[in-house]
Design a protein around this ligand. Structure first.
Ligand code: MTE
Length: 316
């Protein structure tokens, strides 16, 4: 049994998925008959709203972690620092309307609307291994869009070298943004080198387990970079800025000795306070043995060449 506490399930979580889908089909019928758009029914972090997505060739064959574990064992410091806080507190987040601003070194700065992301881009199911810097791991069936497809809409300038990402600041909905002693500086910020951002493995996730993204997992859109420690996968993104210099990142600002810009999963480079050689699989049970962590979280064949010639102990 996992050692953490589960919050009470929401009523919407108790509804069976098939009942939900039947209801959705019914609603779609009404929408079709009356000419109403379906979009409002997708919003607000409702627990089950089916997203159609073909399984991507980039998916691992590993068995996904349960939906229950993926949605109740989270890090989302805007909603609290314990693993059960995001599921308990993130219901307050409103995710409509929602836009992601894209600016900086692009020829066509502008915004992406979340409902366009859900309806105008091809969605793919990407079953990815996820390795947290705290030495635990999951396998998560994301639904997302390659980040390159989004960035290419804005015509990135040739001299751009990095992408800076920013999370929403909305203290009235995010309790730790009202705290006198916040665990991090807000907004939560992250960054990628442009070639990392454009790599086909990097996605903007808008769903998981075939449904829209639950709030606690970073609704309505969060980055997923599967070969890096989980904290690089910034949640509830509102802004992407193309830059020439390396952008600041939240965990590097909080503890530079412990968290570098790259934060590639690397079993040979220990965190100053613990080993990164093995990981605990969430959901495997208390007595399951730890498993070896793979170089670049198992994605070395695909992304190893991005770092050829770099000293990964120095650029951790
Ligand atoms: N994004 C924001 N805005 N705030 C956060 O606290 N936590 C990060 C990352 N993205 C975080 C965030 C960390 S430490 C991890 S491990 C992952 O989100 C957790 O993602 P999950 O809860 O969907 O598994």
């Amino acid at each position: 049994m996992p050692v953490y506490k589960y919050p009470m399930p929401l009523a919407s979580e108790i509804t069976s998925h098939s009942d939900y889908l039947n209801r959705r089909t019914f609603l779609t019928g009404i929408a079709g008959a009356t000419g109403l758009a379906m979009t409002p029914f997708l919003g607000e972090g409702s627990a089950h709203a089916a997203l159609k997505a073909g399984k991507s060739e980039f998916s691992t064959d590993a068995k996904p972690t349960s939906r229950q574990d993926i949605t109740t064992y989270n890090n989302f410091y805007e909603f609290g620092t314990s693993k059960s806080d995001p599921a308990a507190n993130a219901g307050t987040l409103t995710t409509r309307p929602w836009t992601i601003e894209v600016d900086g070194m692009v020829n066509n700065p502008g915004t992406l609307d979340i409902d366009d992301l859900l309806t105008k881009f091809p969605l793919e199911e990407r079953i990815y291994r996820f390795r947290c810097v705290e030495a635990w791991s999951m396998v998560i069936p994301w639904v997302g869009i390659p980040l390159s497809a989004l960035l290419n809409k804005f015509d990135v300038q040739g001299s751009a070298k990095y992408v800076a990402f920013e999370t929403l600041v909305r203290p009235e909905e995010m309790p730790q943004q009202r705290s006198l002693f916040p665990p991090l500086e807000w907004p939560y910020v992250e960054g990628l080198r442009l070639d990392e951002a454009m790599h086909p493995l990097t996605i903007m996730a808008v769903g998981l387990y075939g449904d829209i993204l639950p709030n606690q997992n970073g609704a309505p859109a969060r980055l997923v970079v599967p070969w890096k420690y989980g904290f690089k996968s910034i949640k509830s993104v509102v802004k992407m800025t193309l830059t020439e210099s390396e952008p600041p990142t939240s965990w590097n600002k909080a503890a530079a000795r412990e968290y570098g810009f790259y934060s590639n999963v690397n079993p040979q480079v220990d965190h100053p306070r613990w080993s990164q050689a093995t990981e605990r699989k969430i959901g495997a049970g208390l007595f399951a043995s730890r498993v070896d962590t793979l170089m670049l979280n198992g994605y070395a064949d695909q992304v190893g060449s991005l770092y050829s010639g770099m000293d990964l102990k120095k650029f951790y």
